[in-house]
Design a protein around this ligand. Structure first.
Ligand code: CTP
Ligand code: CA
Length: 233
């Protein structure tokens, strides 16, 4: 097969990427989690490294094998985390030295208000409800702390409805990010699969790029959009 050489347009750039799904513990053996495979974030990291960047990949729970290519790349450092709080800390550390910060991880919106230090047993009494408390919005915090020359990018997996783009535009404003990459209407090949379809929303709600296909191809298009946005500023 023909493999086109990667452009070196990210040479010398430092990049922080999060991927996977956070796990919020209930007790030592149970957690609240989600179905994120981590594949799209891993592809974003590998594509950045291919194009010359030094990458910190903060990885929450991912499917088997998803981090193999990233782990083998000399310019990628992987930091493993479990909870949203740990992911937030690791991303703050990584963002301090990064010109581009990308949150691809599926971060739990809530965690358990209390975590049992022993395995919850039925004989301890019925457990019919779990009290939850909201997690901090890591992306909004990273965007609010943005330095000059830093680009902050979010991802949003939205289920299809007729106002998907409108909601994505409002989400981009709310988060205060430069770019929001959104999974488009009905194109929910998304979780687990090797394919994805996205729109990239920029300043003023403009759709600056669309891409569909392998998650590696989507990663290339996302980086092209980031490079274009950075050179326009
Ligand atoms: N995100 C984050 N911290 C959170 C929740 C989400 O940093 N506590 C980031 C995700 O990594 C993603 C972006 O925010 O890059 C959008 O996530 P999404 O779940 O779509 O946003 P929410 O604000 O949680 O909105 P929703 O109510 O639709 O879940
Ligand atoms: Ca959410």
């Amino acid at each position: 097969a023909l493999v086109s050489p990667a452009p070196a347009d990210l040479d010398g750039l430092h990049v922080a990427v999060s991927t996977g799904g956070t796990r919020e513990p209930l007790d030592p053996v149970r957690f609240l989690g989600n179905r994120s495979s981590g594949r799209q974030g891993a592809e974003i990291a590998v594509e950045a490294a291919r194009r010359g960047a030094a990458v910190t990949l903060v990885a929450a729970s991912v499917d088997a094998g998803v981090l193999d290519a990233a782990a083998a790349h000399p310019r990628i450092t992987i930091r493993h985390v479990e909870t949203a709080a740990e992911l937030g800390e690791a991303m703050s550390d990584a963002a301090a030295a990064a010109e581009v910060v990308i949150m691809v991880a599926a971060v739990a919106d809530y965690r358990a208000a209390r975590v049992s230090d022993h395995k919850l047993r039925k004989e301890d009494g019925p457990l019919e409800t779990i009290e939850l408390v909201p997690n901090d919005d890591i992306l909004a915090r990273l965007a609010a702390a943005r330095r000059d020359g830093q680009t902050v990018v979010g991802f949003a997996a939205e289920t299809a409805d007729d106002d998907l783009l409108g909601r994505a535009r409002r989400k981009r404003e709310r988060k205060g990010v430069d770019l929001l990459v959104v999974n488009e209407v009905g194109w929910d090949a998304g979780f687990g699969s090797g394919e994805n379809a996205v729109a990239v929303i920029g300043e003023g709600g403009t759709v600056v790029a669309e891409a569909a296909g392998a998650k590696s191809a989507v990663a290339r298009a996302v980086w092209d959009a980031i490079v274009a946005t950075r050179s326009a500023h």
